[in-house]
Write a protein that binds this ligand. Structure first.
Ligand SMILES: Cc1ncc(C[n+]2csc(CCOP(=O)(O)OP(=O)(O)O)c2C)c(N)n1
Ligand code: SF4
Ligand SMILES: [Mg+2]
Length: 274
């Protein structure tokens, strides 16, 4: 039986055949992509959104690479860190599109950090899906702004001396409308969050903790089991509890209605037309 999401992948990609993919065995990027495609599939089937209304925009990295090489949708494979800025341009020209940014932690929060916070601040109607493996996967396992303090990487062999960004907190503070974090070990929650994010007016930020077995040098299944322990579901009772070492919050952190850029601008245009 064919995988149900194959219908959303290209037969051949910009860089050659679709299979075998460029991803290492057990990489979480394929899982996160599968969750995103399931969310899109629901919106196509249940909400009747035509397939050509979706536009994927990516920067550079293993995570970003899925976009133009594998997806059978309109897609832009842009510059490293610039995907939110390119998505902004897409939406200004074609506001009816559902713009989905596929990005990695390095792409989004290192070179692209400013574009990320400005996109959240503007609250444009886009969905940013960040596959966070806590390092630069594509270029050899260097530390990224989400690598935890004290953890060794190829650029911090004695342990990272910097603090890590909490990307969800950044998105909330910068002005996003919907913010959630899950892991590859939470398929249904990821699918629901991505679907909700795409349907939500304003900027939706969904972070999926995604294993990179190659550079963390661990078995993929072991990494996913570890996510189950490390990821603590945020709830009212637990809100004030301290997290243990290496743990992080998961859940829906923000779902708020606020003025969206394109709608606000359209109101100004309409006023002057009158
Ligand atoms: C302007 C520019 N600087 C640096 C690079 C090299 N580069 C390519 S991917 C990457 C990091 C990607 O990390 P991340 O976004 O976390 O993606 P991952 O590979 O981990 O999925 C870097 C630094 C580049 N392609 N362009
Ligand atoms: S280097 Fe890491 S992120 Fe990149 S394909 Fe391999 S496992 Fe995935
Ligand atoms: Mg990364």
């Amino acid at each position: 039986m064919k995988h149900p999401m194959l219908k959303y992948l290209k037969e051949t990609g910009a860089c050659g055949d679709r299979f075998p993919t460029i991803f290492c065995p057990g990489c979480g990027v394929g899982q996160a992509l599968n969750y995103a495609l399931n969310a899109v599939d629901h919106l196509v089937k249940e909400d009747g959104i035509p397939r050509d209304r979706f536009c994927f925009i990516a920067g550079i990295g293993c995570s970003a690479r899925v976009t133009s090489q594998y997806l059978g949708f309109d897609a832009i494979w842009s510059l490293h860190g610039r995907a939110p800025a390119v998505a902004t341009g897409v939406l200004l020209a074609r506001p009816e599109l559902r713009a989905i940014v596929i990005t990695g932690d390095g792409d989004l929060s290192a070179i692209g950090g400013n574009h990320f916070i400005q996109a959240c601040r503007r609250n444009l109607d886009m969905t940013i899906l960040c596959m966070n493996n806590n390092l630069y996967g594509m270029t050899g396992g260097q530390s990224s702004p989400t690598t935890m303090r004290g953890i060794p990487s190829t650029t911090s062999p004695y342990g990272n001396v910097e603090s890590a960004f909490d990307l969800c907190q950044m998105a909330i503070t910068a002005g996003a409308s919907y913010v959630a974090r899950w892991t590859t070990a939470h398929p249904q929650q990821c699918i629901q969050a991505i679907e909700k994010g795409i349907s939500k007016k304003g900027l939706a930020f969904i972070e999926v903790m995604t294993q990179c077995p190659t550079h963390w040098k661990e078995e993929p299944v072991k990494m996913m089991k570890k996510y189950r322990f490390q990821a603590v579901r945020l709830s009212k009772e637990k809100e004030k509890a301290a997290l243990k070492k290496d743990q992080f919050w998961i859940g829906e952190f923000l779902d708020k209605g606020q003025p969206e850029w394109l709608e606000t601008y359209q109101k100004i245009i309409d006023r002057f037309k009158e």
